[in-house]
Design a protein around this ligand. Structure first.
Ligand code: ZN
Length: 452
């Protein structure tokens, strides 16, 4: 502060030129009223030394927009505010992330759950984007919302390079890669190549990549990284990695191993193994999850591997992860018309494949709701890549906008089904029923039902 001018009105403190059309603040110019509002919105608690005035204004604007969005019920209030914040200060995310110990989690399936597990396993306050807003605007909102020195952020697969540049994480978790919304997203090998390019680092780099050694596409993506912790975790879905990512010859799979004649093979230096018992750097870690499915055990193993890299005791972290029963927007028990629904999100073939494994031993009746809106991908032809044949012996109630597409797929698969336009018409028992739904259908059922 100089000459008695409040520091927030000194143009010299604006690190970058103002946005086009923005009014430039002059030293002797009286402050506009909105400046006081913005300053009020920026809590003293959130002031970090490396943040500029411009960053603080951006943070205040992000909070204001997000609060307004939530008040108007126009969303969870994470994306719009983050976008406004980045518009005002393009370097905001980088500055918010500086000085924090951050874990990034990406992959086609399991991002949200693994992120929730890292947060729970870390303990205490951890900044995170638990609403599922997993692009840069969502990251901004998460970091604006918490002053914790620790952060775990879910990252959309296509945004990993941008997130790495801005956030400079300590650990990057690569879960898996499989086909997902191919009408608007990259083909998986293209994605693996993009990951490989952005993860390649100079020897001695401090960043650790925690990578699934049983997904050849992930191994290919991580193989140029300077430091990798390979995790041998069960990975059932193999349909997108039948050929070598390096030379395209067919991969040879033998038991729990795989290789190509070109020399590309499953890594042998495994720091984490999950084959019955979970071993992390030679230490057995008890795992008794409350969440369903063995795919969640793989998620937990990857989460604990990441936590071990930021100095958290895996056994203590596992005891905290074991208590996670509900992951917002992924697995949750709901009440609907006096009935209990086990609401499960699945949005692509590998996700459905994993969930079908969890319901095979369950009740005969199963509900599946399918939409094909923008967030789901407009093309529902992926239903033909889901191994619905494994549901023979069950009866599937087909729901959602694209219930007829689902019914047609089940007809081809020899699965007993009923199509209903109104779920009120389904005769329900007093037992719990599993309801598998893709993205927007899941959201609809969350709104339609009540928490247990
Ligand atoms: Zn090869």
């Amino acid at each position: 502060m100089t000459g008695g001018t409040p520091y927030w009105f000194q143009p010299a403190l604006l690190e970058t030129p103002p946005l086009s059309g923005a009014k430039v603040l002059q030293k002797d110019q009286p402050p506009p009223g909105w400046s006081f509002c913005v300053f009020w919105l920026v809590s003293v608690k959130s002031m970090r030394n490396h943040l500029s005035l411009r960053d603080h204004v951006a943070m205040g604007a992000a909070r204001l927009v997000n609060a307004t969005s939530r008040a108007l019920k126009r969303g969870s209030g994470t994306v719009a505010g983050g976008q406004v914040g980045l518009l005002i200060s393009p370097g905001l995310l980088k500055n918010l992330a500086r000085g924090r110990q951050t874990v990034l989690v990406t992959g086609t399936n399991g991002k949200t759950t693994t992120t929730a597990m890292v947060r729970a396993g870390w303990g205490g306050e951890v900044a995170t984007n638990d609403t599922g807003a997993n692009m840069l605007a969502g990251h901004v909102a998460a970091l604006v919302g918490s002053t914790s020195e620790r952060a775990v952020l879910e990252v959309d697969e296509a945004w990993l390079a941008d997130a790495l540049t801005s956030i400079q994480p300590s650990v990057v978790v690569l879960l898996n890669l499989s086909r997902d919304q191919l009408d608007r997203a990259s083909e998986v090998r293209q994605m693996a190549e993009r990951w490989r390019t952005c993860l390649a680092g100079p020897p001695g780099a401090s960043r650790v990549v925690v990578a699934n050694a049983n997904d050849p596409l992930v191994v290919y993506a991580a193989s140029d990284a300077a430091r990798v912790l390979w995790c041998d975790v069960p990975t059932d879905w193999q349909a997108d990695a039948r050929s070598c990512p390096r030379c395209t010859r067919a991969l040879v799979r033998t038991g729990e191993s795989w290789h190509c004649t070109c020399g590309f093979a499953k890594p042998t230096t495994l720091g984490v193994t999950l084959r019955g018992a979970l071993m992390i750097h030679g230490q057995e870690v008890p795992l008794e999850l409350s969440l369903p499915g063995h795919f969640n055990e793989a998620n937990a193993a990857m989460a604990l591997a990441a936590l071990s890299e930021v100095g958290v005791d895996p056994v203590a972290a596992a005891s905290r992860i074991n208590t996670v029963r509900d992951v917002a927007g992924r697995f949750t028990l709901r009440r609907w018309h006096g009935h209990t629904l086990e609401l499960l999100l699945a949005k692509n073939p590998s996700g459905f494949d994993a969930l079908i494994s969890t319901v095979q031993e369950g009740d005969k009746d199963l509900w599946i709701a399918i939409n094909a809106r923008v967030a789901d991908g407009r093309d529902p032809s992926w239903l033909y890549d889901v191994p619905f044949e494994r549901l023979r012996g069950h009866r599937v109630w087909c729901l959602g906008d694209r219930r007829l597409d689902l019914a047609t797929r089940l007809e081809y698969g020899g699965v007993d089904f009923e199509v209903v336009s109104d779920p009120d018409l389904i005769p329900v028992s007093t037992d719990t029923t599993a309801l598998l739904a893709n993205y927007t259908a899941f959201s609809e059922w969350l709104e339609r039902s009540d928490s247990c």
